[in-house]
Design a protein around this ligand. Structure first.
Ligand code: ATP
Length: 236
């Protein structure tokens, strides 16, 4: 579903992402872990087509994001680390705007907004202005907005930040369901305990380079993901 071949992104002289290659297949939940400034957000933004990159190729469901930047946007849902949502709209108006952008019909959007909205405990607040929402409520709305067009590939940047324990639990269940339905999830996180339990696969990045990737069980062996991560961080 996602294939990255030799991706490099520089900001001036700073190499933020250094010749990385990875693959995420349909049905997989892959955690993307690394220290602050390792290159996770930069990679996610490049996949989402928000920033350009210096070299390499990114394919989503076989289509190059460089050559098909408009079309590939319909195949992805991207949750930024700090979603900027239009504060002067009501929650429901924002969701309808997103549904219009992705040409989602009335019946389908209604069903998805109600189903996922109730599960994430935001449905009863959708009539209120977004400016009145708490941080966690905005995060729930941003997540809900990605579930309306049901993309093939979900990209989440630190999705659990701000979610209460109930919403966090429900969102993990939703993530598992999406993968069972044939989507793929690639998400960045610092919460290694959750990643270890939830994810089938993991990619570890350090200073823009990939230090390890593959099946979660194989990569960590008998260790916890945290121990493995700390060991890799100590290596020069
Ligand atoms: P965090 O866990 O803190 O969110 P990250 O792994 O997502 O970190 P990135 O945001 O991708 O890291 O940053 C990678 C590197 O690129 C860092 O050294 C950062 O300072 C640099 N960087 C990111 N965005 C820019 C920018 N717009 N201009 C210049 N440098 C940038």
């Amino acid at each position: 579903m996602l294939k990255i071949d030799g991706l490099t992104k520089k900001y001036g002289n700073k190499v933020a992402v250094d010749n990385i290659s990875l693959e995420v297949k349909a049905g997989q939940i892959t955690a993307f872990i690394g220290h602050n400034g390792a290159g996770k957000t930069t990679t996610l933004k490049a996949i989402a087509g928000i920033i350009d990159f210096d070299s390499g190729e990114i394919f989503i469901d076989g289509k190059s994001v460089k050559e098909n930047s408009y079309k590939t946007k319909f195949d992805i849902g991207y949750l930024p680390d700090n979603p900027d949502i239009y504060e002067n709209l009501k929650g429901i108006d924002y969701l309808n705007f997103i549904a219009d952008v992705f040409y989602v019909d009335e019946a389908t959007r209604k069903e998805r907004i109600e189903n996922y909205g109730r599960r994430l405990h935001i449905f009863s607040d959708l009539g209120a202005l977004i400016s009145t929402y708490s941080h966690g409520m905005k995060q729930k709305l941003a997540i809900l907005s990605m579930l309306i067009h049901k993309p093939k590939l979900y990209l989440f940047d630190e999705p659990f930040v701000g979610l209460d324990p109930v919403a966090s639990h429900e969102f993990k269940e939703i993530m598992k369901e999406l993968c069972k339905e044939g989507s793929a999830i690639f998400y960045s996180t610092h919460v290694l305990e959750v990643a270890e339990k939830l994810c089938s696969h993991v990619v570890i990045i350090k200073n823009g380079k990939i230090m390890g990737q593959g099946e979660m069980k194989k990569i960590k062996g008998d260790k916890s993901l945290e121990s493995l991560f700390l060991e890799l961080e100590q290596e020069q």
